[in-house]
Design a protein around this ligand. Structure first.
Ligand SMILES: [Cu+2]
Length: 201
């Protein structure tokens, strides 16, 4: 696995791994304990259940540990969500228009394209509108997705740190050719991007 194409993708992957790791530890721990107890406290061996009601230490442990775990999941999830919502000052803004069944991109100088070209290491803001039904703008490699709702302007923010071509998909069923509603985001060096932006093609 290479380096994640955005810092945000890295934090999303971290939250995912963290939650899966905690879940696996709990699953294995609980299952192992359960199986062990089934054999150890087998009634046929003469064991009688013990009343643990009022055991303060036990109650504190099973309240505090799960609470801390759940709060830590919330903390990591929320901070990586904030990265998407706190758009830095003066981003490079591209207008996105979604319609059945393609995306159009319009740049500040009026240039239009059906592929999203962006410069590397710049804050990119998408201002997204729909001409017809609801769509969703999804860049799986960047771990970002936002609905495009008819009659509303929605925003998406990212900062690419790796050159390359990444898939863009519509992620909201929008009719017959929804499944073909794909394009690319192409991350270029800034001078290549400027050349493209000023050029005719
Ligand atoms: Cu669509």
């Amino acid at each position: 696995m290479g380096i994640a194409p955005t810092a945000h993708a890295e934090s999303v992957d971290f939250v995912m791994l963290y939650i899966v790791a905690v879940s696996v530890v709990l699953l294995l721990g609980i299952t192992a304990t359960m199986i062990y107890f089934v054999f150890k406290y087998n009634r046929k061996k003469g064991h009688q259940p013990v009343d643990i009601h009022g055991n303060t230490l036990l109650e504190v442990v099973w309240i505090v540990i799960p609470t801390l775990l759940v709060l830590s999941m919330f903390y990591f999830g929320y901070t990586s969500f904030r990265e998407l919502r706190d758009i830095p000052e003066n981003p490079f803004t591209v207008k996105v228009t979604a319609r059945m069944w393609k995306f159009d991109f319009e740049y500040p100088n009026g240039k239009k394209a059906d592929t999203l070209y962006v410069p590397i290491n710049k804050d990119i803001e998408l201002k997204m509108e729909s001409m017809d039904v609801n769509h969703a703008f999804y860049i799986p490699a960047f771990r970002i997705k936002e609905d495009i709702i008819h009659g509303k302007v929605n925003h998406l923010y990212f900062k690419p740190r790796e050159l390359g071509d990444y898939d863009v998909a519509c992620a909201e069923y929008c009719g017959l050719n929804h499944s073909a509603m794909y394009t690319k985001v192409k991350v270029l060096y800034e001078n290549d991007f400027d050349k493209w932006l000023k050029g005719r093609e």
